[in-house]
Design a protein around this ligand. Structure first.
Ligand SMILES: C[S@@+](CC[C@H](N)C(=O)[O-])C[C@H]1O[C@@H](n2cnc3c(N)ncnc32)[C@H](O)[C@@H]1O
Length: 277
C-alpha cells in the first residue's frame, strides 16, 4: 500500500478511535505499559519523548516519574484527537502532532534521556526508518524502550484485520504483525544504531465482560475504527458476527479471555557518538 495512504488511514482512524481508546484498551495494555516503563527506568528530572503517545497512557506514567525533579515530557502522535485527549489530562507536558517517521523535523536531536513508544510501530509504513529517527532524538547513553504486539498466531483477536479488509478497498494495517515476529524488533533496534539491545516476549490475556465489550474494543477503539464508521448497518452486524465467531474459542459463558502476546524491546544510544548517527 502507498505509504501516504497508510498514514492518512492511521491518522483519521485513530481520530475516530480516540474517544473510545482508554475504555477499550487501558486494562488490556497494562502489562505492556508496565514493561516499557520498567525497561526505561525513568528518573526524576529526566527528559522523555513518548512517540505515538495516543491518549497518553505511557506519557502520564513518564510525567509522574520525571516531574518531581523538574523533568520534561513531550508526547507525539499522528492523530490530533489522540493528542487532544492526552493534553487535557497532562497540562504539564508538551504535545506535537507528527508522523514518527519525520520526528526529527519536530523535536530536537540528541536531547532526550529516554524515548518510549508503546504499541505504535506496527502502524508505521517503515518502522525501521522510524526507529532510526527515534534513536537520533536520544542523547548519548539515552535509553529507548518500545512495545509491539507479538506473533500473529499468539494473538487470538488477529482475525479483526481480514474481517474488516474483506469489506473495504484498502487494507487497514497491511504489515501489522511483521515487527513483532521472530527477531525483527531486535534487528531493527540494532540497525538503528542502538547497543545493549534486549527483547522479551510477554504472554497476556485480554478480558471482556461480554460480546459487546469485545466488539466495541475491536471496532470502535482501535485501528479499524475509520473503516467501521463507514460501514452501513448490515455490514457492521456481519463484521461483528464474523469477529465473534473468530474469538468463540475463548468465550467463557458471557465473558471472553483472549490470548495475546507483546514484545518489549530496549536499547541504548552509544556513549561514544557525535551529535548524530
Ligand atoms: C495503539 S495506540 C498506542 C497509544 C499509546 N502509545 C499507548 O500505549 O496506549 C497507537 C498510536 O499510534 C499512533 N500512530 C500510528 N501511526 C503513527 C505514525 N506514523 N506516527 C505517529 N503516531 C502514529 C496512533 O495515532 C495511535 O495513537
Amino acid at each position: 500500500m502507498d505509504a501516504r495512504l497508510q498514514l492518512r488511514l492511521q491518522r483519521y482512524g485513530w481520530d475516530r478511535a480516540a474517544p473510545h481508546y482508554e475504555k477499550a484498551w487501558n486494562e488490556a495494555l497494562a502489562p505492556a505499559t508496565r514493561a516499557v516503563l520498567d525497561a526505561a527506568a525513568l528518573r526524576p528530572g529526566e527528559r522523555v519523548l513518548d512517540v505515538a503517545c495516543g491518549s497518553g497512557l505511557l506519557t502520564r506514567a513518564a510525567w509522574q516519574a520525571v516531574a518531581p525533579g523538574g523533568g520534561e515530557v513531550v508526547g507525539s502522535d499522528i492523530s490530533e484527537s489522540m493528542l487532544t485527549e492526552a493534553a487535557v489530562r497532562l497540562p504539564g507536558c508538551r504535545f506535537v502532532r507528527a508522523d514518527a517517521q519525520t520526528l526529527n523535523e519536530h523535536v530536537p536531536t540528541a536531547y532526550f534521556d529516554a524515548l518510549l513508544c508503546g504499541l505504535g510501530l506496527m502502524y508505521m509504513p517503515d518502522p525501521e526508518a522510524a526507529l532510526v529517527g527515534m534513536a537520533r532524538c536520544l542523547r548519548p547513553t539515552g535509553r529507548l524502550a518500545v512495545s509491539v504486539w507479538g506473533e500473529r498466531r499468539a494473538c487470538g483477536w488477529a482475525e479483526i484485520f481480514p474481517i474488516v479488509d474483506a469489506r473495504v478497498r484498502s487494507e487497514v494495517c497491511p504489515m501489522f504483525f511483521r515487527v513483532g515476529s521472530g527477531d525483527t524488533l531486535a534487528q531493527a533496534l540494532r540497525a538503528a544504531g542502538l547497543v545493549d539491545v534486549h527483547t522479551t516476549r510477554i504472554s497476556t490475556q485480554i478480558s471482556y465482560a461480554d460480546a459487546d465489550a469485545a466488539c466495541d474494543a475491536a471496532f470502535l477503539g482501535g485501528p479499524v475504527a475509520l473503516a467501521y464508521s463507514r460501514f452501513d448497518g448490515p455490514t457492521r452486524l456481519a463484521a461483528r458476527a464474523d469477529y465473534l465467531q473468530s474469538i468463540e474459542p475463548w468465550r467463557q459463558g458471557d465473558c471472553f479471555r483472549i490470548p495475546g502476546e507483546f514484545v518489549i524491546g530496549s536499547g541504548l544510544r552509544p556513549a561514544a557518538t557525535t551529535n548524530d548517527f
